[in-house]
Each structure stands twice: as structure tokens, then as C-alpha cells.
Design a protein around this ligand. Structure first.
Ligand code: CA
Ligand code: CA
Length: 286
């Protein structure tokens, strides 16, 4: 016997001379079936083995504690602006899930935050807290993750500034915007009486600059062709891992470069962001 042909479903995907085989470029949270056929030096191929069914892991999905106000009758969050987010809301639930609304933010960069309250009639004093899960571990309790707070006032909109730490983890993460009557919410989790909570998604990207702010030419990657149809070549990088995000910041694909290239033929047409090592570049898929 000389080895095995490996099948994914009914497709031959490769062969191996040993009893192990590594399959790459699978999609998270997806079930695949695999089987093998043994072959010998004379070209004889066995019937198919039994089929093994495997499901890939969910990837970087994390879950967050719930947070909500119990009463929005008198006041709620009417608008949030941060980066490219400019989200006006009219819902009266104590928690509104806007995690489909996202913005790219760059490490080491300051952004204005603006929260506009809506009062039903009486103008009450409102206080605010904005939490960002900078290290992407599913909580808002690490150092600095209370990104901004403002004590009670009737100022509208309430505004401030948030600087994305240079140590923030690259990728998608959660931003939680909390408004409470009179006093700053004491926790990123749980319930309080008057106000509203809204969650958003941030896509933290690298500046492509090193920690001293000096342009690092070695990591200034080049993409070609761009626009691209099938194979995107990346030059001027020593990194091997890549991530592809859509312009909404959603992770679309990730893996390792193959000879400095990525096969993007499966992407639908549009603009994407590819992150190689610490650098991100925009490209167009045709
Ligand atoms: Ca709202
Ligand atoms: Ca965290």
C-alpha cells in the first residue's frame, strides 16, 4: 500500500502517504464529512472508508453579559456617534442590540463620542458610561475598558473623546453605550431603572505605524492586482497570517498566506480590508 486518497464529501482533496492529513481553509461552525480510499503501487484503489463527520469550532465568537434599563418611559438614547457610526434609534426596549452597526477604529487614535438623549417630556439629568472590550475576551472589566463616562447633566448631546489604546487587540469587538438617570452606571452588566443600553461593534485596526509613530516601511505591505479577481498577491511582508474583513468590520476569512498570496475567488464583489500581521490594506474584489 502506498497511501490514501482523501475525500471531502465526494471531492478528492488530496492524498497522503501517512495516516494523517491536514485540511485547511474550512469555515467556522460548519460540518464537513471526510473519507479515504487506500491505494497501492499497482494503482489499485480500495472502496471508500467509513465517513467521519466533523464540525469546525465557532472561531472568535465570544458572548457578553446582558445589561438593560427597566424603564425608558422618560428618557432613552436617541443617537450615538462614534467613528463612522451615526445611529439614531427610536426603540423603547431597555436594551437595543446594534451589534450589526460597526465602525473601524485605529489603535492609538482619538475619536469623538457623542450620545444624544431623548426625553419624553421632563428634561432629567443623565449620566453615561461607554465600555469597550479592548482585549476581546468577552468582558468590559479589564483595565481601561470603561472607555468614557460622564456624570449627570442635562447637556445634549453629551460628548467626549475616546483614544483606542495602542495595545488593543486587532479585530472585531463590542462597544456598550449606557445612559442612566442622574448617576453613572456602576457596572457594565445587569439592570438599572431609568435609561437605556445600546451595544455596537468596533473593528480595531492597526495604524501600520510602530509604537513611536514612525512609519515602518518594512511592514508597509503592497497588494496586487487591486482590484483583484482570483489571486491577491501580498508583497513586502514577513507575516504569514491574514484576516479579511468586510467594510462593516465583519471577519470574512482568515488563514495563512500561500507563497505570498491569498485566493479570494470565493468572495463576493466589493471592498474589503485585509490585515497582514500588524498592517491593514483595502482591496476591491471584482
Ligand atoms: Ca435607543
Ligand atoms: Ca475585556
Amino acid at each position: 500500500m502506498t497511501g490514501y486518497d482523501v475525500y471531502q464529501g465526494s471531492s478528492l482533496i488530496g492524498s497522503t502517504a501517512s495516516t494523517s492529513y491536514t485540511v485547511t481553509s474550512l469555515t467556522p461552525s460548519t460540518t464537513y464529512s471526510f473519507s479515504v480510499r487506500a491505494k497501492d503501487a499497482a494503482g489499485n484503489v480500495s472502496s471508500s472508508s467509513n465517513t467521519v463527520s466533523v464540525t469546525t469550532l465557532a472561531g472568535s465568537t465570544v458572548s457578553y453579559c446582558s445589561a438593560s434599563a427597566n424603564n425608558t418611559a422618560d428618557e432613552r438614547i436617541g443617537n450615538v456617534k462614534f467613528g463612522s457610526i451615526n445611529n439614531t434609534s427610536t426603540g423603547t426596549a431597555g436594551y437595543e442590540n446594534f451589534t450589526s452597526v460597526s465602525t473601524n477604529v485605529t489603535r492609538g487614535t482619538a475619536y469623538a463620542i457623542s450620545v444624544t438623549p431623548v426625553w419624553t417630556s421632563t428634561v432629567y439629568s443623565e449620566a453615561y458610561a461607554v465600555y469597550i472590550d479592548y482585549n476581546g475576551d468577552g468582558d468590559f472589566t479589564d483595565s481601561g475598558e470603561l472607555a468614557w463616562s460622564k456624570t449627570g447633566s442635562t447637556t445634549s448631546p453629551a460628548t467626549g473623546s475616546i483614544t483606542i489604546p495602542s495595545t488593543a487587540t486587532i479585530g472585531s469587538t463590542r462597544m456598550r453605550v449606557m445612559m442612566q438617570y442622574s448617576s453613572v452606571p456602576s457596572s457594565s452588566c445587569g439592570t438599572y431603572t431609568y435609561g437605556q443600553v445600546e451595544d455596537y461593534t468596533l473593528n480595531i485596526v492597526s495604524s501600520g505605524r510602530n509604537e513611536t509613530g514612525i512609519k515602518d516601511l518594512i511592514t508597509d505591505i503592497k497588494l496586487y492586482p487591486n482590484p483583484v479577481k482570483d489571486i491577491l498577491y501580498i508583497s513586502n511582508t514577513k507575516a504569514e497570517d491574514y484576516k479579511i474583513f468586510d467594510m462593516g468590520g465583519k471577519l470574512i476569512n482568515s488563514g495563512k498566506l500561500e507563497r505570498g498570496s491569498v485566493n479570494v475567488s470565493n468572495l463576493i464583489k466589493g471592498a474589503y480590508l485585509i490585515q497582514i500581521g500588524e498592517t491593514s490594506k483595502r482591496f476591491i474584489k471584482n
